[in-house]
Design a protein around this ligand. Structure first.
Ligand code: SF4
Ligand code: SF4
Length: 188
């Protein structure tokens, strides 16, 4: 067991060792540098987020029709490693499945990107939004928070965030089933 004298000796050694002055030298050098700025004045200044940053999710619409891309297949809900996606669906009058509720518990989400990866309709992507603190957890994570507002459809970015595809994503979504049908016809 170390005595108090040992501890004092260690204190002296650490305090007056060369490393201390090397460290102080680095700090002094940076302080005296012109235009040296290592601190961002958040929230006045914001970090530039890369397109592949996995921020808060977005649910996209089809650019032409404005319809929601999500078809309620439930794959994202199934694959989610944190079990934080919950959705309710019902059959619409036109016989198509409609997503009536879609929520992501952002407090549990680990932003792994699997939901965006698995989505067959390119409906869910990760945006670059990282500011989502709130007084109330309930303020976040519902369908209306993620879904592109119909008024902002023109501003909806197709290539935004992880899992998103380029500008021709609408075309690719439509192409996929047609391609399968054509292949089936060719094989018949
Ligand atoms: S990013 Fe990962 S943890 Fe978050 S909702 Fe998607 S699958 Fe779940
Ligand atoms: S995987 Fe895509 S289409 Fe399927 S429910 Fe999730 S967001 Fe909707």
């Amino acid at each position: 067991m170390k005595t108090n004298i040992d501890k004092f000796r260690r204190f002296l050694k650490r305090t007056f060792s060369v490393e201390l002055f090397v460290g102080l030298g680095v700090v002094l050098r940076e302080m005296l540098k012109k235009n040296s700025n290592h601190t961002m004045f958040y929230p006045m200044e914001k970090v530039n987020i890369d397109a592949r940053y996995r921020g808060v999710h977005k649910l996209l619409r089809l650019a032409e029709s404005g319809n929601e891309r999500c078809i309620g297949c439930g794959l994202c809900e199934k694959i989610c490693v944190s079990n934080c996606i919950a959705m309710d669906t019902k059959l619409g009058e036109d016989g198509r499945k409609k997503v009536i509720n879609y929520s992501i518990n952002l407090g549990r989400c680990v932003y792994c990107g699997l939901c965006a990866d698995v989505c067959p309709e390119l409906a869910i992507v990760h945006g670059g939004d990282y500011e989502f603190a709130s007084e109330q957890r309930a303020y976040y994570g519902f369908k209306e928070d993620f879904l592109t507002n119909i008024k902002d459809l023109k501003e909806q970015k197709e290539f935004e965030g992880y899992g998103a595809l380029p500008n021709d994503a609408d075309f690719k979504v439509k192409l996929t089933p047609t391609t399968y049908i054509k292949k089936d016809q060719e094989n018949d």
